[in-house]
Structures are given as C-alpha cells and as structure tokens.
Design a protein around this ligand. Structure first.
Ligand code: GAR
Length: 215
C-alpha cells in the first residue's frame, strides 16, 4: 500500500475528505503523517483524533524559505511517502523542494487553472462574471498554482451567488475530486511522464461531472 503525507495550513477539510475516503475503503493508502506550517492549524487536531501522526514546523522559526523547505523535506522524508499531498498548504515552495518531489507532489486549487491562480479565487471569479468555476488537482511545478492537470470539476456560477455560496459549491467538489486523484495514484494508474499526466485504463467511473446537480 502506498504511503502518503498530507501538508496543511489550516482547517484541513480536504485532508478530512481523504481520511474519510480511506476509512470508507475508497482510498487504499497509508496516511503516514499530517504536517502543518502553522501551529494553530485546526486540521492538526482532526488528524491526531484520527490517530494519524502529526508534525508542526512553524515557518516563522526559520531564517528563510530555503531553510524552512529543507527542514520540511527532512520531516517529510522521515515518513518515506510515495506521494506528498498539499491540502490547503498556503506556502510558496522553493524550486529545489518542488524538484525533489517531481511527479510525487500534488496540489488542489480552488479554480479552474490556469484561470485564477493565487488567492481569493471565488471573489475574483464573481468579479469577472465567469459562468463556470471549479477546482483543479495538479502535479506541482515551481510556478505558483501551476502544473500538469490531473482532474478538474466545474460548477455553475449563479446570478445570486455570493463568495460564500460559490466557495461552498466548489469545496464540495474539491472533497470529491481530491480523493479520486489520490486513489488513481494509489492504484498505480496515475503518473507524470515528460511533463504530461498519464492515467492508465480510465473508465466511465473515473469521469468527473461538469456542472453537477445543484444542492
Ligand atoms: C481549499 O479550498 C484549497 O483548494 C485551497 O485552500 C483551501 C483549504 O481548505 N488551496 C489553495 O488555495 C492553494 N493555492 P481546507 O484546509 O479546508 O482543505
């Protein structure tokens, strides 16, 4: 069974979705550890309650990005993960760090990349008046919120949407597609090859719906 390490900075709802999928038998992975760069991350308590090893490396205690990333890599490597899963990990990672985990580092971002990298994606989508918004799971490259796309889920943007309602609609899809993408990796079907995403033997069951049913 593949080992994964999850990196968080806050609430950890995507991490919870991964734990729930594992517990439901839908995600055959060993969650070796959850690591946060913020001591107050709520997700740390959730992970500990689920019996998962937790670590906190406070980025403020390090001289700079490279020093923090080196310590983070050492901590991660102690758990020998096959895959490192960024789940709301709100730190820009150095090029050296990203290269070290080439093909083994995935992220989820709350927009249909390459639209709206960075922060406040839902408000920006509303401001731009887009009709379709969503989320993206991708392999990480040194550029912020960028990299070969593994899976995306789209949702409609409604006339009366607020930032909160749109956030909730997208988050529900994040919780669906992240366990799916990690499962593909755990099954040995997903890999990065010459900078392209390869998914072996995709089936209809892998197809992700566009504009899912409204709640
Ligand atoms: C999620 O919406 C995730 O997509 C986003 O942070 C949130 C974390 O929520 N990540 C990014 O913006 C990365 N650029 P969570 O802690 O409840 O999973």
């Amino acid at each position: 069974m593949k080992n994964i390490v999850i990196l968080i900075s806050g609430r950890g709802s995507n991490m919870e979705a991964l734990i729930a999928a594992r517990d439901a038998g839908d995600l055959p992975v060993n969650i070796a550890a959850v690591i946060s760069n913020r001591p107050d991350a709520k997700g740390l308590e959730t992970a500990a309650r689920a019996g998962i090893a937790t670590r906190c490396l406070d980025h403020k205690a390090y001289a700079g990005r490279v020093a923090f990333d080196a310590a983070l890599a050492e901590c991660i490597d102690g758990f020998a993960p096959d895959l490192v899963v960024l789940a709301g990990f709100m730190r820009i990672l150095s090029e050296g760090f990203v290269r070290r985990y080439d093909g083994r580092l995935v992220n989820i971002h709350p927009s249909l990349l390459p639209s709206f990298p960075g922060l406040h994606t839902h408000q920006r989508a509303l401001d731009e008046g887009v009709r379709i918004h969503g989320c993206t799971v991708h392999f990480v490259t040194p550029a912020l919120d960028h990299g070969p796309v593994i899976v995306q889920a789209a949702v409609p943007v409604l006339d009366d949407d607020t930032e909160d309602s749109l956030t909730a609609r997208v988050l529900a899809q994040e919780h669906r597609v992240y366990p799916l993408a990690v499962r593909w990796f755990a099954e040995g079907r997903l890999r990065l090859e010459d900078g392209r995403v390869r998914l072996d033997a995709p089936t209809l069951a892998d197809a992700v719906l566009v504009a899912p049913r409204l709640a």
